[in-house]
Design a protein around this ligand. Structure first.
Ligand code: SAM
Length: 192
């Protein structure tokens, strides 16, 4: 299996008008996606924000759960958060993964909507790709706000097809979307 990381991206993301903005870090996003990442065997999770004060908040949250009171009270949660780290940008996360893995990661983006002129990858094809013993690591990108900026989607090596429900209503939280994406890529429904 390819070594897979994920990034919770707070910049560049879109606002409701489509402008590129920086979204605020949300504690529950970090906790939930770290737990899902650990459950599905990811190698690490990056919390991406260019704002120094926000990265300091991320460090504070992680320390509480890694070595503070949180670790004593909820060791399982501590284990999941131990795989998290802040980064100032997607590029910095790529550099950190490259330094750790010896190869730059392929970027796999996600979005609730398709991007004109960008091919979509199915979950089955992406799952098959990631299941191969491959020295190239992968970085799954999840946005916040109103989604990843179009530049991130268009520059990604793969753009996963949107998760579709049963109607045009499509407003999953990033926490829910990440869990569904992980299960489609790595989950084993047949495992008793
Ligand atoms: N409308 C936004 C969009 O177009 O991506 C959804 C924003 S949602 C709060 C933030 C993130 O959750 C998205 O950037 C994407 O990573 C993920 N996400 C949300 N809905 C999704 C879907 N239907 N399919 C795939 N990913 C989704």
């Amino acid at each position: 299996m390819s070594r897979v990381y994920c990034a919770l991206v707070h910049h560049p993301v879109r606002d409701r008008e489509g402008a590129t903005v920086t979204a605020s870090v949300t504690n529950i996003d970090i906790h939930d996606i770290a737990r899902s990442s650990h459950t599905f065997g990811l190698c690490g999770m990056f919390v991406v924000t260019p704002i120094d004060a926000q990265r300091a908040l991320v460090v504070q949250i992680l320390e509480h759960w890694r070595v503070g009171g949180g670790k004593r009270r909820m060791p399982h949660r501590s284990e999941a958060l131990a795989m998290c780290q802040p980064s100032s940008s997607i590029q910095e996360a790529v550099q950190l993964i490259t330094a750790r893995e010896g190869r730059a990661p392929r970027l796999i983006a996600t979005a609730a909507r398709a991007l004109p002129n960008k091919a979509l990858s199915s979950y089955s094809s992406a799952s098959t790709l990631l299941a191969q013993a491959d020295p190239v690591p992968s970085l799954l990108l999840f946005g916040t706000g109103h989604g990843l900026a179009e530049s991130v989607l268009s520059d990604a090596d793969l753009l996963l097809e949107p998760i579709h429900g049963v109607s045009d209503y499509n407003h999953l939280s990033v926490r829910a979307a990440a869990a569904i994406v992980f299960d489609r890529l790595f989950g084993r429904a047949d495992r008793s």
